[in-house]
Ligand binder design. Structure first.
Ligand SMILES: Cc1cc2nc3c(=O)[nH]c(=O)nc-3n(C[C@H](O)[C@H](O)[C@H](O)COP(=O)(O)OP(=O)(O)OC[C@H]3O[C@@H](n4cnc5c(N)ncnc54)[C@H](O)[C@@H]3O)c2cc1C
Length: 429
């Protein structure tokens, strides 16, 4: 029988441990790395049978949209030969499994945490594999658990196959005929390209996620986003930190339209239109086999194309100037005023649309946290990952502290801070 270094697991008794990390994705493993270094006894509880986090939910052709250099987890920076390339899904999953081994993370898989409540100055944690008692709990369950599908989906005929991008794997999964993709965040944009390349007829309902240049001022855009987000505050530049967001809802705003496929590129929606994808406005209704879209495609595309320069581009320029970095000026893409004809009403049968792919994002699901610390968005109320409930922490959520918090190259910053707080708490300081 396996010997448990942190105490026995007697039948009918809760295991006891200083700290439990819930979730074995990049946020949980990065936190584990720092807790181990601080000598804090802990376990990482992961509900899946194998490590690799949400990366395992991506489609077959998925490649990261952040370059390999962003695989910069604490204690194991990317050391491969292609820092500027974009790793494919299965290699990313392997990378995480390798990382967990390398840092000797005390992971328990197949442990679904079903309830966390306070008890005797600590926490009682119920899991599919028994009960635990912990002085501290770090929530690292990610933001990509519960696929969001709009209510109007109920108005589609039963003959139309509906899938969320969470469940999409490859074009063969979809019936013959045209497909409507709803949403143009990174998933919608990339899957539209995937389907177009497979020779499928694609309709695309355009959202407002901004297009961003893949290369900006001499580097991949992610290089600047990470640098400006993490180091901007050293120059008094906080634009990419959570305190500067216009509203709490902005924490869930979509990421720039970028892809890592074919060496990496910007997803330019008008170009997709020129290549044959049928662009539409926002999907407003689906009744009696008729789809209704907003009649504002021209304004939408203009907003998508202007969005980057209005906020992110300015923030990056300000950082480059403040840090005194000698970077070439950005050469914007030439203006593009191509506009397709886009009727606001589309008949599913007439267009032979046989499937709808919801690229409409995810909801947070922390329903297992039975402690009143969640706000109206189910996001824990916190300061730098330290929640209102003493001993309860959170890592890895979008905009936890900054734009970088939920992406690979940035999660370590928050994990180190939170692990430091846990260690001080365990040491009684
Ligand atoms: C389409 C798409 C593309 C993306 N591309 C990139 C990219 O190129 N680069 C990048 O940096 N980021 C990218 N991201 C964001 C990326 O998914 C995150 O960087 C990463 O997965 C977040 O890691 P995490 O550890 O916070 O969450 P996750 O990877 O979701 O890990 C959380 C873990 O917690 C487990 N868990 C959840 N609930 C429980 C529970 N109750 N009990 C036990 N375990 C639980 C889950 O099974 C999961 O393994 C992308 C996101 C999406 C949706």
């Amino acid at each position: 029988m396996e010997t448990d270094p942190l105490g026995p697991a007697p039948d009918n008794h809760a295991r006891k441990v200083d700290t439990l990390i819930v979730g074995g994705g990049q946020a949980g493993l990065a936190t584990s790395y720092f807790l181990s270094r601080a000598g804090v006894g802990h376990y990482v509880l992961e509900r899946r049978a194998a490590l690799g986090g949400a990366w395992q939910d991506r489609w077959d052709a998925f490649v990261m949209n952040t370059p390999n250099f962003s695989l910069d987890l604490p204690g194991m920076p990317y050391a491969g030969a292609e820092p500027g390339a974009f790793m494919a899904r299965d290699d990313v999953v392997d990378y995480f499994r390798d990382y967990a081994q390398r840092i000797e993370a005390p992971v328990r898989t197949d442990m679904d945490v079903t309830r966390i409540s306070t008890s005797d100055g600590g926490f009682s944690v119920e899991t599919s594999g028994g009960s635990w008692r912990a002085r501290n709990v770090v929530l690292a369950t990610g933001a990509y658990q519960e696929p969001k599908i709009p209510a109007l989906a109920a108005g589609l005929p039963k003959s139309v196959l509906q899938l969320h991008t969470h469940d999409y794997r490859n074009p063969e999964q979809l019936p013959d005929g045209a497909v409507l993709i709803v949403g143009t965040g990174q998933s919608g944009g990339q899957i539209a390209e995937d389907l177009l390349a497979a020779g499928r007829e694609v309709h695309l309902a355009v959202a407002t996620c901004p297009e961003a240049p893949r290369r900006y001022r001499g580097h991949d855009i992610i290089y600047w986003i990470l640098r400006a987000g993490i180091h901007g505050p050293e120059y008094g530049l906080n634009t990419l930190t959570v305190g500067q967001l216009p509203s709490p809802a902005a924490r869930f705003a979509c990421n720039p339209l970028l892809s890592g496929t074919d060496g990496g590129h910007t997803i330019h929606l008008r170009e997709l239109g020129r290549q044959g994808i049928r662009l539409h406005g926002h999907l407003e209704a689906a009744d009696d086999g008729e789809l209704t879209f907003t009649d504002d495609l021209a304004e939408r595309l203009a907003a998508v194309e202007a969005g980057f320069g209005q906020r992110m581009g300015r923030a990056l320029d300000a950082y480059i100037a403040a840090a005194g970095i000698d970077a070439p000026e950005h050469q914007p893409a030439p203006a593009d005023d191509w506009l397709p004809v886009s009727p606001p009403r589309v008949n599913l049968a007439a267009e032979n649309i046989t499937s709808v792919l919801w690229a409409t994002g995810y909801k947070l699901d922390l329903s297992f946290v039975d402690i009143p610390v969640l706000d109206a968005w189910s996001y824990p109320r916190h300061v730098r990952g330290v929640t209102e409930q003493p001993g309860l922490y959170v890592v890895g959520l979008p905009w936890l502290t900054g734009h970088y918090s939920s992406i690979l190259g940035g999660v370590g910053v928050d994990a180190e801070y939170v692990a430091g707080c846990v260690a001080r708490c365990v040491a009684g300081r």
